[in-house]
Design a protein around this ligand. Sequence first.
Ligand SMILES: Nc1ncnc2c1ncn2[C@@H]1O[C@H](COP(=O)(O)OP(=O)(O)OP(=O)(O)O)[C@@H](O)[C@H]1O
Ligand SMILES: [Mg+2]
Length: 413
Amino acid sequence: MTDETKGETPTRAWDNVGGMPQMTIFLRAGHPDFLDLPWEYALAQWPQHSPRVADLPRGLSRHAVVFVDYDRRLYALKELPPGVAEHEYDLLRRMGEIHLPVVEAVGHAAVEHSWGTTSVLITRYLDYSLPYRSLFIDASMQVYQEHLLDAMAGLLVQLHLAGVYWGDCSLSNTLFRRDAGTLQAYLVDAETAEMHEHLSPAMRYRDLRIMQENISGDLADLAASRLLPAGFPVFETPRSILERYQRLWEEITREEVIAPGERYRIQERIRALNRLGFSVGELQLQAAEDGSTLKLRAFVTDRNFHREQLRRLTGLDAGERQARIIMNEIQEYKATMSERLGRSVPLSVAAYAWMEQVYQPVIARLQGYIQTHRANPVEIYCQVLEHKWYLSERAQRDVGHFAAVEDYLEKFS
Ligand SMILES: Nc1ncnc2c1ncn2[C@@H]1O[C@H](COP(=O)(O)OP(=O)(O)OP(=O)(O)O)[C@@H](O)[C@H]1O
Ligand SMILES: [Mg+2]
């Protein structure tokens, strides 16, 4: 039953086989068929009926959610009223297609039980993700709380730029992943979302108001359970997310006026947006009425600039900040290689050499650590790089990757 579904067409219909309830399941290709799960029971009872169910931390939710494990590939299943899973699946799939940070839609099922009909949404478990409660409950995670505010603001800006109204932005509906010392936020619950060509300021305002109400609620719940330090700014925190959102929105959408002789500022603007991780799709240049200046507007497509670059060059799947740090390292590697060989080495060649001579040997040495801590290799690599900078600064010379790995293992294993 663990065979993966094959073929290009992402469908698999299946009806009333061997004692199962009447059901139809729709799946994208490349995943298990999920037919060995105890579909005859309500999801809440699955932990007693399937060895595949995995117990992992999760956010608060109205609906039953279970995680299942297929050869260490994890999936999340959520039980919903009839028809709702299909709608949420469709939204998540469309958002994924335009590279927004959302959980990956895998399929949906319609199940007819003797007691009623349900629909079930299937998504890929977001590996290495943390629900926000872990970030507050675990003392070692508290350093991330400030980053959580930037991550929430960044997620909303990305959704709004793409015309997505969320309608239920909350901490429970978001997952967080470590990203080179910061956090990246992912939308996990799209039940109320809407996709538009363009989002009006009124819609954005409404979404931001919902965000503030929900997040104060999430934090007030934590405070009531005594999971927040006394005096935690429950009501100022959502306000701070709003301010970060406004600053980032303004930075991305602002119009610049360019005087004659300042054409270099066009490239500068693109580079500044790239540094924030945004890819620029189009530029609009408009001559001012008197013809003496130009008005420049840049339109961004997504916030995966370095991620895409790194994936193209190395196949590595990284967070945006992780990718930026690694791309800097590859650029540095290219410069050193070019100098050594006395000619300019293409970036693709340097990236290949870096993978072979640096990344893979470092990760091979860290394999044991990565497995024991169930850690994300790319994140650990970035931590080792940071450790290398720290050691090199103290030694006043570059200590090299391998000395840094050994010292890292000694200190943190
Ligand atoms: N793909 C996934 N990867 C990791 N965790 C997930 C995934 N899908 C769901 N979860 C976990 O399950 C929790 C509940 O999911 P979700 O918010 O979609 O449920 P819900 O019942 O629709 O919520 P609400 O009460 O807001 O309507 C999430 O907070 C998250 O912790
Ligand atoms: Mg939810």
